[in-house]
Design a binder for this molecule. Structure first.
Ligand SMILES: Cc1cc2nc3c(=O)[nH]c(=O)nc-3n(C[C@H](O)[C@H](O)[C@H](O)COP(=O)(O)OP(=O)(O)OC[C@H]3O[C@@H](n4cnc5c(N)ncnc54)[C@H](O)[C@@H]3O)c2cc1C
Length: 394
């Protein structure tokens, strides 16, 4: 399967063409490994190593600390390419890429800590993710109080609890954990390093995105020093919207559009080459097949135009970023729902063969489903749009 599209209208210059080519070459390798990892639910360690070896993991790190400081738009171009090869790997590395862009933009870590962490990323390929979801408090985007606790001790904190959906956990030595600071009635974000008080419970056995290693991470009085408390806010209050409007989360729509794009490519190639005995020409000449292809193409184009237009606005107008929060949610809402529909239509084009585990479509069908359960959740996006519309008429 080819993962690189010729003449992509969203590639605007030589630099972007080069970045996309780099990502497409990686994606090609990941696509070949994806079926087995999906079948076994295994973690693609070799893909992560390839990403480190190629320098991919430092691309969103600030230039002053040794990175390439690529823009949001450029990151999305690359993440979408990875998604065309393997959704699980794209989503997994997307958390790291996005978080580095987020902290580069907001500078919400103590600067010295951020500088030394960036150096680790650049020199050792250290990766980052945040573990905020828990079984009883659900999606952090809904504002539940973490059951994981942070208790003050001499020189630091003791963290205890269980985090679910901990993507990348098989390769992370460093991660962010949300925890309740009971004595201060606050919720804090802590930078945690692996230790013998932390273990991975290999619970991840899911319908889709099976190779993301999103296991449970269990902390049992894990010590972190005082300076590991990166930020906190009072229980019952919404944390202040970060100055970047959390645009880094667009790595999520980029991933699912990449999967949908690959499904579209597969279906179109199939339609052009499948020539059943009952027809004089390949099925691509059938009006019914053309209809499905046209419909899925329209969904892909709408979602890509929206994503890249908003990313471009975000890149170019730092002062207008907070006003983009409803649109940033809309990008994710449109991309993930369109991705589900696109893969469905691609399978209708291919017909019964699309159900076979020897073809990639059935994996893509399962993978895109996971997009509904990544943030922001559909109902929050819709509510944000409604609230803005209602406020405009005050
Ligand atoms: C592939 C994948 C990778 C992920 N990786 C990570 C990761 O690396 N780090 C991380 O922290 N998380 C991660 N997540 C978790 C994700 O961000 C969500 O927290 C998780 O999917 C649970 O969301 P939920 O909406 O189903 O949970 P819940 O909040 O428990 O909601 C369950 C259902 O209850 C209803 N509901 C619950 N509360 C409310 C409410 N207040 N208002 C309205 N409806 C409500 C909704 O109908 C919802 O569908 C990942 C998820 C997936 C699928």
């Amino acid at each position: 399967m080819t993962t690189q599209k010729r003449n992509d209208p969203f590639i605007r210059n030589e630099k972007e063409a080069h970045l996309v080519k780099t990502a497409a070459e990686l994606a090609e390798r990941f696509a070949a490994r994806a079926p087995l990892h999906d079948r076994e639910g295994s973690f693609p360690f070799e893909n992560i190593q390839d990403l480190k070896d190629s320098g991919y993991v430092k691309l969103t790190v600030p230039r002053e600390y040794g990175g390439e400081e690529i823009s949001l738009y450029e990151m999305l171009l690359m993440q979408e390419q990875l998604g065309r090869g393997d959704g699980s790997t794209a989503l997994s590395i997307g958390w790291h890429m996005g978080l580095m862009l987020h902290y580069r933009t907001t500078r919400s870590w103590p600067e010295e800590l951020f500088r030394s962490f960036c150096r680790e990323v650049v020199e050792k390929g250290t990766l980052l993710n945040h573990f905020s979801t828990e079984r009883s408090s659900g999606s952090p985007s809904r504002g539940g109080t973490p059951q994981t606790t942070a208790v003050k001790t001499e020189g630091g904190w003791l963290l205890s609890g269980r985090k679910t959906f901990s993507t990348l956990s098989p390769v992370l030595d460093t991660f962010l954990v949300s925890a309740s600071i009971v004595e201060r009635n606050e919720i804090g974000s802590f930078l945690v390093r692996s230790s013998d008080r932390i273990h991975i419970d290999e619970t991840w056995d899911t319908l889709g995105m099976r190779s993301t290693g999103s296991h449970d991470v269990v902390l049992d009085q894990a010590f972190v020093p005082d300076e590991a408390l990166i930020s906190s806010y009072p229980v019952g209050q919404k944390p202040q919207a970060p100055s970047d409007a959390s645009a880094w989360l667009l790595h999520i729509p980029a991933c699912y559009l990449g999967i949908a794009h690959a499904a579209r490519d597969f279906a179109v190639s199939f339609a052009k080459s499948y020539h059943p005995a009952s027809l004089p020409t390949p099925i691509a000449d059938l009006p019914t097949v053309q209809q499905q292809i046209g419909l899925l193409e329209s969904e892909l184009l709408v979602a890509r135009h929206l994503m890249y237009a908003i990313a471009d606005r975000w890149d170019k107008d730092p002062s207008g970023r907070l006003q983009l929060i409803p649109e940033l949610g809309l990008v994710k809402y449109v991309a993930t729902n369109h991705a589900i529909s696109i893969v469905d239509k691609a399978m209708r084009v291919v017909g019964g063969a699309s159900l076979s585990r020897s073809l990639p479509l059935e994996r893509m069908y399962r993978d895109v489903r996971a997009g509904l359960h990544n943030p922001p959740m559909d109902e929050n996006v819709i509510r944000n749009l409604a609230m803005r519309a209602l406020a405009e008429m005050d």
